[in-house]
Design a protein around this ligand. Structure first.
Ligand SMILES: Cc1cc2nc3c(=O)[nH]c(=O)nc-3n(C[C@H](O)[C@H](O)[C@H](O)COP(=O)(O)OP(=O)(O)OC[C@H]3O[C@@H](n4cnc5c(N)ncnc54)[C@H](O)[C@@H]3O)c2cc1C
Length: 421
């Protein structure tokens, strides 16, 4: 039986981008439905790092509940090791300019955000896969299928496309195909229990032979940690040894001295799982007619760190605001897309472009190899607290990437690398 209903907005995907959008739309009185093919709480392959930028957005939305968040691992600092086994450590607690960050398993975090959207009045259809969207002049038609195989359609004034990295082609005759290899990182992660006690620092490890990829150790609290490794897809494919990512991960956890120390009595719980992080290409659409693309669906993760939760939430929020203002001004069809594109440019994509420039410099530096460059950075950061703090803030996603546009920032960096403060 075919049922048809009408909503102001249909949000496809209840990850951080979709739930943030639904939260803001429902709070402003728009009839909003979320559709997700999964049933919540659901797992999502991720490092689980909730950056200071994401925490800032939660606070703006009135969702940073101290009581809830105190149950999770609050990040107190950053530790980075270079291929030459140099280690830099920066404590960030007590730094008035740095917002706190957390490590929260996505199964918990995404469910928390979804519950907030439902409390504010959004509806959810779980276990329903969207098959197709047709964006027309008056509204959009969304066709979906339940897990039991029943198909249904609904109409919505607007669609927020928050389907993440793996939805393929959902928009009829529009390009939503996967990004090119150089615009993707592939990464694997596993949870470990029984890790050695230590300060709750986010750890990033660059290993000889495994650069330009990097490994991470993010403590999730109570003796457990999320441990992973990722690399740009084109760099992985260009490796002469053709080793799959999971073998490189094993090599990392078995040979990196900092990781072997933390994991010497630990056991892996659950499987090693992998996923892709897509980045933004110049021609990737942000909006088409009544469909606004947010989060990974628009390639909004940071190419430098792979961090995508904060930009997913920010884009979800910007899409919601654009729709609310278009509806308020009599609903001219293209106004929401226009406002959304322009807000994204000033608040997200300019920063991402700078992150891409920085990523390219680190992956293929001009004068020295990437391993030597990383050694040099860590060595100088060991001697220069300001440089160390700047690197730590870049890693946790607290420093705007647009800093690369400032000549003064480069001057300071070169002075630090030449040994002057
Ligand atoms: C290994 C790895 C580690 C990472 N580590 C971090 C980190 O530590 N910190 C960080 O900030 N970011 C990290 N990221 C990036 C981050 O996971 C993503 O950028 C973020 O999840 C994007 O959120 P989203 O809401 O756009 O998409 P998602 O979180 O992927 O949500 C998309 C939702 O859409 C649903 N969906 C998909 N297709 C359909 C369909 N056809 N119909 C209905 N529903 C559908 C899915 O079920 C899913 O629930 C990592 C990514 C990877 C792969």
């Amino acid at each position: 039986m075919i049922q048809q209903e009408h909503y102001d907005v249909c949000v496809i995907g209840a990850g951080p981008a979709g739930s943030t959008a639904a939260c803001e739309l429902a709070a402003r009185g728009l009839r909003t439905v979320l559709i997700d093919r999964a049933s919540f709480p659901r797992d999502k392959v991720c490092g689980d790092g909730i950056s200071p930028r994401a925490v800032r957005i939660l606070k703006e939305m009135g969702l940073h509940d101290e009581e809830v968040f105190s149950r999770f691992c609050r990040i107190e600092g950053v530790r980075i090791s270079s291929p030459g086994r140099r280690l830099m450590e920066v404590r960030l607690t007590g730094d008035p300019e740095v917002e706190e960050g957390y490590v929260i398993p996505r199964k918990v975090f995404d469910h928390f955000l979804l519950q907030a959207a439902l409390r504010r009045g959004a509806e959810i259809r779980e276990g329903c896969e969207v098959l197709e969207i047709e964006s027309a002049k008056r509204d959009a038609c969304i066709r979906a299928r339940t897990r039991q195989g029943r198909t249904f359609s609904l109409h919505a004034g607007y669609v927020v496309a928050a389907w993440g990295a793996h939805a393929g082609r959902l928009l009829r005759s529009r390009r939503t195909a996967p990004a090119a290899d150089r615009l993707s990182v592939v990464a694997v992660r596993a949870y470990f229990e029984g890790v050695e006690p230590g300060p709750p620092f986010m750890e990033i490890h660059f290993d000889p032979g495994l650069v330009p990829g990097y490994g991470w150790f993010f403590p999730t609290g109570r003796g457990s940690a999320n441990v992973g490794y990722g690399m740009r897809l084109d760099c992985l494919r260009a490796r002469r040894d053709r080793e799959p990512l999971r073998s490189l991960f094993r090599q990392l956890v078995e040979t990196n001295p900092f990781l072997t120390r933390s994991l010497r009595n630990a056991a892996q719980v659950g499987p090693l799982r992998g996923a892709r992080i897509p980045f933004r290409g110049v021609f990737r659409p942000l909006a088409r007619g009544r469909v606004l693309m947010v989060g990974d669906a628009a390639g909004l993760a940071d190419p430098l760190s792979g961090e995508g939760i904060a930009t997913a939430m920010r884009s979800g929020s910007l899409a919601a605001r654009s729709i609310v203002s278009a509806v308020g001004s009599g609903d001219p069809r293209s106004e929401a897309s226009r406002t959304y594109r322009s807000d994204c440019r000033s608040e997200i994509t300019r920063d991402l472009l700078c992150a891409r420039i920085l990523q390219s410099i680190l992956v293929r530096p001009a004068l020295v190899g990437p391993e030597r460059l990383l050694d040099l950075f860590v060595e100088k950061a060991q001697q220069n607290a300001r440089l160390a703090r700047a690197i730590a803030r870049l890693v946790i996603g607290d420093l705007p990437r647009t800093a690369v546009l400032r000549g003064a920032a480069w001057k300071k960096l070169f002075r630090a690398l030449r040994g002057r403060s």
